[in-house]
Write a protein that binds this ligand. Structure first.
Ligand code: BG6
Length: 488
């Protein structure tokens, strides 16, 4: 890793992702003095605006989506780095605009915050003006494709011009502190490292719940659905980190090799087992946090016959030595009661109960990793209730060992995932980015589920907005005498 200056080129700089996430994150990095003093930031978009108008726009976005009252000293520093290029990204001629503003002696980072179908055009455009060499890094946003085939097509187009070691595929969940903490928890603590398998763990739950609906993205979302939008990437990445073998080192390929092995070991879900392993749902109108919200089919621009899923629950199994017989239950949906992401590890029950009839079912210990909000880690344990009793028996109570990041590390804010990932790209560290074979393996597993759903020809089950999804999702666990973890 090296802290060196670069030309950071942001394609799609006026688009939604840049405005909401990338520009406010660059501002935070500036504030923390984590951008090299000589780095330049070049925004690229189709609109014909001046650099002053661009800078104004960036400031407005930071105030709207990031820090309400920007720190003027930080802003002045950031402003001085900002340049703007008006480029028609589909027109190779248009890339001549780069001739004057890119310094060939420095590293160039090209962040493609554009729709994936034009990744190929951008690579060709950059190639046509001779600015791609082995020091250029390219950052690709998800979704990479719509299925295995289209993902291969996009990856092929990009790899005509860039080697794998130059390509940084973003999954922003890999930039979240609590997701990264999975590596620390598992491999820096013998208490977990030695208890992390089918001998000690009963099952694992990974839930990523959102209270938002489609937020003006109906066209995109309806094509994707919750399976492509969330499971193919975020949930499978979390699952891989929870389940992977210890990597030899923390370098990019050691980690990615281990994650890939997990994805390869996922038991295929197809027409033969789809009904007992998956539930898909679509929200109808309801109340979320006290506000009445429309159903998915009543949202703006909706196709009222759409059968796209906005909720998915899956029982996934990993066919390898470590995880034999340990289900990983995944659940994610839009318009659920609240925004919360959690990984819950349920340990096995004690083999024998010493505590008498009132504790016939000693509850299992749980390790809860709160990905967001209120980031932290908690463990539920049984404790003796302190005090004396006339019977002399021991009273037990379930209690929590709770480590809240904000209290334990007394930080005023936890960096946004994009801050971490932008920094890693500038440092040239690929460990938190997804390799091509991982993306493709994930698509393979997901494609088979999507295909099986298509064949069942059944619509997704409706669930009322503001509830935890279709009733069948409860049944998925209940028939195995388990239940979903209830967040605080
Ligand atoms: C994105 C999905 O990748 O992740 C969105 O496209 C989703 O649909 C978002 O809302 C959730 O991210 P976060 O960081 O808010 O949990």
């Amino acid at each position: 890793n090296s802290f060196e200056p670069c030309d950071f080129v942001l394609f799609g700089t006026l688009g939604d992702l840049s405005r909401r996430k990338l520009l406010p994150s660059l501002y935070q990095l500036e504030k923390a003095e984590l951008i090299h003093p000589d780095t330049t930031i070049i925004g690229v978009a189709r609109q014909d605006i001046s650099v002053d108008e661009y800078r104004e726009e960036v400031k407005n976005n930071i105030e709207k989506f990031g820090e309400k009252s920007v720190c003027e000293v930080t802003w002045e520093r950031l402003k001085a780095r900002l340049h703007y290029l008006c480029v028609d990204m589909k027109d190779a001629e248009s890339y001549r605009a780069f001739d004057e503003c890119v310094d060939a002696s420095r590293t160039m980072v090209c962040y493609l915050a554009t729709p994936p179908p034009i990744y190929g055009d951008i690579c060709r455009g950059l190639h046509s003006c001779n600015i791609i060499d082995s020091s250029v890094r390219v950052v690709l946003e998800k979704p990479i494709g719509h299925d295995l085939e289209s993902s291969k097509d996009i990856n092929d187009q990009v790899s005509e011009y860039f080697k794998e070691s130059q390509i940084y595929r973003i999954d922003h969940y890999l930039g979240k502190e609590t997701v990264l903490n999975l590596i620390a928890l598992r491999f820096a603590n013998s208490i977990f490292a030695t208890n992390w398998d089918h001998n000690c763990i009963d099952h694992v739950q990974i839930s990523v719940a959102e209270s938002v609906g489609i937020e003006g993205r109906w066209g995109y979302f309806d094509d994707a659905g919750q399976m492509r939008d969330m499971v193919q990437n975020h949930l499978l990445q979390i699952l891989s980190l929870v389940a992977m073998e210890p990597p030899a080192t923390l370098d990019a390929d050691s980690i990615r090799d281990e994650k890939l092995k997990v994805l390869k070991a996922l038991r295929p879900i197809n027409s033969s087992n789809i009904s007992e392993t998956t539930v898909r749902g679509q929200y109808s109108s309801g109340f979320v946090k006290g506000h009445e919200v429309p159903g998915y089919l009543e949202e703006e621009d909706a196709n009222t016959r759409s059968q796209t899923e906005t909720f998915v629950a899956i029982k996934a199994e990993i066919d390898n030595w470590r995880w034999a017989g340990v289900p990983f239950y995944l659940r994610t949906g839009k318009r659920l009661p609240t925004k919360v992401s959690e990984v819950v590890i349920y340990f096995k029950r004690q083999p024998h109960n010493l505590f008498g009839d009132s504790f016939q079912n000693l509850p299992p210990n749980k390790l809860v990793i709160r990905v967001q909000p209120d980031e932290g880690v908690e463990i539920t344990v049984m404790n003796k209730v302190p005090g004396l009793t006339s019977s002399g028996s021991m009273d037990l109570q379930k209690s929590k060992l709770d480590l809240s990041f904000s209290e334990a590390f007394s930080q005023d804010r936890i960096p946004d995932a994009y801050e971490k990932l932008l920094l890693e790209v500038m440092l040239g560290n690929q460990a938190l980015f997804v390799r091509r074979d991982e993306v493709e393996q994930a698509w393979k597993w997901v494609d088979s589920i999507l295909e099986a759903w298509k064949h069942t020809n059944e619509p997704p089950e409706p669930y009322q907005a503001g509830t935890w999804g279709p009733v069948a999702s409860i049944g998925l666990l209940a028939r195995e005498n388990r239940s979903w973890y209830e967040s605080k």
